[in-house]
Ligand binder design. Structure first.
Ligand code: CMX
Length: 133
């Protein structure tokens, strides 16, 4: 894995949280995007080499809605940039990790993504993401 690509933060109100993170980071959100397949609206910020992704649910039964209901707002996942997501998924399968999808999915910000179950990783949801070239 190359580097931390972004940290995902689950929020209840994307508009309010975007204003707050713009004040916090001293930089404007550079992109908002709805990801239908994940039932989320996202807002992205650049912080040097890395990014912050705010995630708000668009449906009551989404992963983000369930997360906030159970654990409240906060850090939802850490995403690692990978060169080739298929190679990395195979490597992790062989290492015994549980991947949350058989195939990569199209995620926000022009990425192919796949998640690793947090039960394998000491309670931290890990995302692999590969830039779509
Ligand atoms: N980080 C750490 N633990 C998490 C978690 C997270 N983000 N989300 C859920 N969990 C924990 C729960 O607290 C619960 O723990 P306990 O068993 O100790 O109570 C356990 O995982 C099972 O959780 P659950 O509420 O029963 O939820 P599910 O099993 O239905 O789903 C998960 C959990 C991680 C498999 C599911 O959220 C998933 O598939 N996530 C991947 C997709 C996703 O998160 N999409 C949103 C982001 C999309 C994007 O970045 O674009």
């Amino acid at each position: 894995m190359n580097k931390i690509e972004h940290i995902g933060i689950a929020v209840a109100d994307l508009q309010k949280s975007t204003i707050l993170y713009e004040r916090l980071l001293g930089t404007n959100c550079y992109k908002t995007e709805r990801v239908e397949s994940e039932n989320v609206d996202t807002a992205f910020f650049k912080t040097g080499e890395n990014k912050i992704e705010l995630l708000a649910s668009t449906s009551a039964d989404s992963a983000i809605a369930k997360f906030i209901e159970k654990r409240g707002e906060g850090i939802h996942h850490i995403a690692f940039d990978v060169e080739d997501i298929y190679t990395e998924m195979n490597r992790l399968r062989k290492e015994g990790f549980t991947l949350l999808s058989e195939e990569p999915k199209k995620g926000a910000d022009n990425k192919l993504i796949c998640f690793v179950h947090p039960k394998n990783t000491h309670g931290v949801l890990i995302e692999l993401c590969q830039e779509i070239k």
